[in-house]
Write a protein that binds this ligand. Structure first.
Ligand code: URA
Length: 502
């Protein structure tokens, strides 16, 4: 065996590789060699390909004849190239030990189960992470005027990944000139070629030059605006963007404040706002099944059985004596009823009052209520326009109508319009088929007629008068039935939605 020398690595992986192959060829075991490294101070020019090779993108071509060859697996080659960028004074000796063992036929050296293999994998992994971080966290700042290079950046990588990242940016930033300064050296792209130097530029000058540009304030406003405190996951943030990088990022100084705000309530407010803005989608299904199991509200004012309470001024309860023999049921409060808190207080109420007069029925002797107790409306300009309640809303409100029916036990029910009819007989009852003919519901009679608003909508005078008369006739018939001896007996307990008995 020749005398084992002290080997000096001056040019990174390529230089180590050339010397290591010679050492293997000479049969020098790892313990016999001292490896040291010397920073390559001289400013050098690299082509892009060269930078990429330094970065591990391509294997440097061996100098034919002069360098002996050793066949290694592709995986091991990649591990060696990455681990060579791990910043440690012992890296070259370690890599040579790995290569030596491989050449001796000891394939376990590339495995993570082997002590050296595990160390090699750890080093390569740390370097890959550092490469990723540098690509992700380098920020270029445009310099004022015609200054060259046009862009500056300062970055402090964990390992020797400057050449790799510089190769990456050179491929992507076209002919714009830039310089990345690090504590270990700098990379300068003049628009055509990459220059790498092991001499660190003056950090303060670089940092000052790389600090602010015209775009930065815009970026900061944008960064703040896209930050959603409700979605902040601090653990994930610190894993993906470790705190040590914040100082190099223009947005870095904002982050602690934004985290503090999120912790102190902005997260909850953000969440509430987003959830509140969701419009939701009504799902057609049986209202009973859709109701969560909960105690029934004891007061109509607190009713949340459907969504109508949200936009109504108040719930409008029925009114009249509990001993009333006649119950008249409308659809739902209108605009004026919603404000006044009384059923049939507006224009439809005037039509009803007139019909009651014609029928000779004193309003205060009957029980007057609605199938739905909250006003459902849509906005038209500044007006609230009536909107017919959905069946699920009618069913949700049947809780209150059932209570009224059970309490009052009317002998006769007059329903005004289709909604009221459906509320008592159940979905699908036909107003046309039920009009003006008494229907037995439990122990009571039900008489169906038009809704007073229908008369208000009709343009034709004759048709309007016919409807008004039909309503009055039905009320008179109901009043008569209610007072007859036959129906004066105590009423049955009703259940809105019960099947009609003809
Ligand atoms: N229409 C109804 O059905 N009920 C009222 O209370 C008012 C208008």
């Amino acid at each position: 065996m020749d005398d084992a020398p002290a080997l000096v690595v001056r040019g990174g992986y390529a230089d180590w590789r050339r010397q290591a192959l010679h050492a293997l060829a000479a049969g020098w075991p790892p313990d016999a060699i001292t490896w040291t490294e010397q920073a390559n101070d001289a400013a050098g020019q690299m082509t892009l390909d060269h930078a990429a090779a330094e970065a591990g993108v391509a294997e440097p071509a061996p100098s034919h004849g002069a360098v002996p060859q050793v066949r290694i697996s592709k995986d091991l080659a990649e591990l060696l190239r990455d681990a060579a960028l791990f910043r440690s004074s012992r890296r070259w000796a370690f890599l040579y030990r790995v290569l030596w063992r491989w050449q001796q036929g000891d394939r376990a050296v590339a495995s993570a189960a082997d002590e050296d293999g595990a160390q090699l994998n750890r080093m390569a992994k740390a370097v890959r992470r550092a490469k990723h971080d540098m690509i992700a966290y380098v920020r270029f700042h445009r310099r004022d005027g015609d200054a060259v290079p046009e862009y500056l950046s300062w970055y402090e990588p964990d390992h020797d990944v400057l050449a790799y990242a510089a190769g990456h940016f050179a491929k992507r930033m076209g002919t714009s000139s830039w310089c990345i300064g690090t504590p270990q050296g700098a990379a300068l792209w003049d628009g055509r070629a990459l220059h790498l130097t092991g001499t660190p530029p003056d950090a303060d000058t670089m940092r000052a030059g790389a600090r602010r540009d015209q775009i930065e304030p815009l970026w900061l406003v944008y960064y703040k605006s896209i930050f959603n405190p409700a979605r902040l996951n601090e653990t994930a943030l610190q894993q993906r963007m470790p705190v040590r990088f914040w100082k190099g990022l223009p947005e870095g100084p904002l982050i602690p404040g934004m985290i503090a705000e999120a912790r102190n309530g902005a997260r909850r407010v953000g969440q509430t706002g987003t959830v509140g803005e969701m419009r939701g989608k009504p799902i057609a299904m049986d209202a009973g099944a859709a109701q969560p199991v909960r105690a029934a509200p004891t007061s109509l004012d607190q009713c949340r059985r459907c969504e109508l309470w949200r936009h109504a001024t108040q719930a409008v309860a029925g009114e009249g004596p509990d001993a009333a023999r006649l119950m008249v049921i409308g659809e739902q409060p209108g605009d004026q009823e919603d404000l006044a808190g009384r059923a049939f207080a507006g224009p439809a109420g005037q039509v009803l009052d007139e019909a009651l007069r014609r029928a000779g029925v004193p309003r205060d002797s009957l029980y007057l209520t609605n199938a739905v107790k909250h006003f459902k409306w849509i906005a038209r300009g500044t007006r609230r326009m009536h909107k017919t309640p959905a069946q699920r809303e009618v069913e949700a409100c049947s809780h209150w109508l059932n209570q009224e029916l059970s309490r009052v036990r009317p002998a006769v029910i007059v329903t005004l319009g289709a909604t009221a009819l459906n509320a008592v007989l159940g979905r699908g009852a036909s107003l046309q088929q039920t009009l003006h003919q008494p229907v037995r519901v439990g122990d009571a009679w039900l008489l169906a007629t038009w809704h007073p608003s229908y008369a208000l909508r009709l343009q034709d005078d004759q048709a309007r008068d016919d409807v008004r008369k039909a309503i009055a006739d039905t009320l008179a018939q109901g009043w008569q039935l209610a007072r007859s001896e036959e129906t004066a007996a105590a009423g049955a307990v009703f259940d809105a939605g019960a099947k009609a008995i003809r």
